[in-house]
Design a protein around this ligand. Structure first.
Ligand code: DAH
Length: 449
């Protein structure tokens, strides 16, 4: 099944890197009112502070996900997400920083400005949280590239919370954090080359304990853009690669043997495009996407005369690796035993506090004739169980030989990060999950297990 981007935690395929996918629309409408900090679900609109977003067929934001808007983990100085964001900002010390931009953006910003085609798979309702067809919770910090350009800064970083509907396990959460970087050089070819070279001369060399594996070359499969000259592209790509490699070295400064690998990629908003992976404790981890900014994007930002590069990186995966954090929900924990372990500016290993026992429940049902999406099902469980749900997986998938109907059985693991849960309490939640799923998706529940 389709997994989310490298900038999430698990997968190999990036939503912005894929070219086609089935599109399914499942309408989900929830009526919900809350005293929660300026957020109100009304019959025809959703109110966030002073703004009302009208509902339409695209509306699928949920109260659970909106309750995260105010947390801004990347701005909390002692949260590992905040610590990494700060270390990156310190490293790129000549970049302007934007780290408090609202995550509610237009679909123009999230997709069109980035040249993402109208039928691109990353736009689907089952991957995003829409207020309505024109307004969405940003799915990546790239949504603000044009605003960054409009600021006038020729080098900038944008960090923030980003939102994607997804499955549930220890490394997926519907809200995560990214940092975006963009640098451009204006003027004639020779001015651009001179500015790039001047930066490269100032740059510190890559330390010897880091091995960089890079056999990427600019070629027809991952081409330079027609408007670009090779004379500028060679130093620009060298500048991009050096900037990224040295940021990784800065973050992994204490790592005795680090391997960094560059591979080719595809994004609608860059060409050539790359992904960067790190070999860490026996596996290659995808950590970021980057490339030479499409000239049409710079044109839209009124920087016709400039060439530039950009990158986007997820912070959770890096923080889990660097701080040894085993479960993504921990970043959201308000338990002092978590947050008290960390110090701004410092990367130290997390000491696990006792894990409370899980409570496991299965749910099985016959699917309705419409298309089925795990993400929507998981979203619905999160709506009922919140952070008590640790992991959801399919344990049986069966098609009846006579009727051809498909039946699925999911195993839901409930566990709290900071207390024991009781069987009675989880039974009650499971009952709610059963009735919600029945109503929302029209499944036919099978016997309880
Ligand atoms: N926005 C992309 C994603 O979330 C990542 C990315 C790739 C950002 C390339 C960039 C870039 O700025 O140049 O999958």
């Amino acid at each position: 099944m389709f997994r989310n981007s490298i900038l999430r935690l698990s997968s190999s395929i990036q939503p912005y890197g894929t070219k086609s996918r089935l599109v399914t629309i499942v309408c989900q409408r929830s009526f919900y009112s809350t005293q929660n900090s300026g957020i109100e679900f009304k019959e025809n609109s959703i109110q966030v502070n002073d703004t009302a977003y009208h509902r339409d067929d695209w509306t699928n934001v949920t109260p659970t996900v909106l309750s995260k808007l105010e947390r801004k983990l990347h701005l909390q100085p002692r949260n590992p997400i905040g610590i990494i964001r700060q270390l990156i900002e310190d490293h790129f010390n000549d970049f302007a920083t934007f780290n408090n931009v609202s995550p509610i953006v237009t679909t123009q910003q999230n997709f069109d400005d980035l040249l993402i085609p109208k039928d691109h798979p990353s736009r689907t309702k089952s991957d995003n949280y829409y207020f309505n067809k024109d307004t969405v919770l940003r799915a990546h910090t790239s949504a603000h590239q044009l605003q960054g350009l409009a600021s006038g800064a020729n080098k900038f970083l944008i960090s923030g919370d980003v939102y994607r509907r997804d499955e549930i396990d220890s490394s997926h959460y519907p809200v995560f954090h990214q940092i975006e970087g963009l640098a451009y050089f204006g003027g004639q070819d020779e001015d651009q080359v001179a500015a790039i070279q001047a930066d490269l001369e100032k740059a510190k060399p890559i330390p010897a304990n880091i091995e960089i594996v890079d056999d990427t070359v600019i070629h027809a499969g991952n081409p330079k853009q027609d408007r670009h000259s090779q004379v500028v592209m060679t130093p620009l790509v060298a500048h991009l690669k050096h900037s990224i490699n040295s940021m990784i070295c800065h973050l992994f400064a204490d790592e005795p043997n680090l391997k960094v690998r560059w591979i080719e990629a595809y994004f609608p908003f860059t060409s050539p495009s790359y992904e960067v992976e790190i070999f860490y404790q026996g596996e290659w981890l995808e950590v970021l996407g980057c490339g030479v900014v499409q000239q049409t994007l710079l044109d839209k930002g009124n920087r016709h005369d400039a060439v530039g590069w950009a990158f986007g990186m997820g912070l959770e995966r890096l923080a889990m690796v660097l701080f040894g954090i085993p479960d993504i929900r921990l970043f959201w924990s308000q338990d002092n035993r978590f947050i008290d372990q960390f110090t701004p500016g410092q990367i130290n290993k997390f000491q696990a506090f006792s894990k409370y026992p899980p409570c496991i429940k299965d749910i099985s049902f016959w699917l309705p004739p419409t298309e089925w999406h795990d993400n929507n099902f998981c979203e619905s469980i999160r709506g009922v169980a919140g952070d008590l749900v640790e992991n959801v997986k399919v344990i049986d998938d069966f098609v009846h030989p006579k009727t051809n109907r498909r039946s699925l059985c999911y195993r839901i693991m409930y566990r709290s990060m900071d207390r024991n849960v009781t069987n009675d309490e989880i039974n009650e939640i499971q009952e709610k999950v059963r009735s919600t799923v029945e109503q929302e998706f029209g499944v036919e529940l099978r016997e309880k297990k």
